[in-house]
Design a protein around this ligand. Structure first.
Ligand code: ZN
Length: 63
């Protein structure tokens, strides 16, 4: 999967790169791992890994 979207971290508002470590929470918000230590984290990994596991997340971002 080729990542072409510019996703901003919900906390620091900088662009998440595909090798950045991120968390996804129960409402599918993406943050850097170092920005987000809240409960309710559903999964974590690099952005590339998360995007591969949750493809619906991508399609939502196109709207
Ligand atoms: Zn961040």
């Amino acid at each position: 999967m080729k990542l072409t979207l510019q996703i901003l971290c919900n906390k620091c508002k900088t662009t998440i790169k595909e090798d950045d470590l991120v968390t996804i929470d129960i409402i599918n918000t993406l943050c850097h791992q170092f920005c987000d230590d809240t409960p309710g984290i559903k999964d974590r990994g690099t952005y590339k890994e998360i995007a591969g596991k949750y493809p619906y997340f991508y399609t939502e971002m196109y709207h």
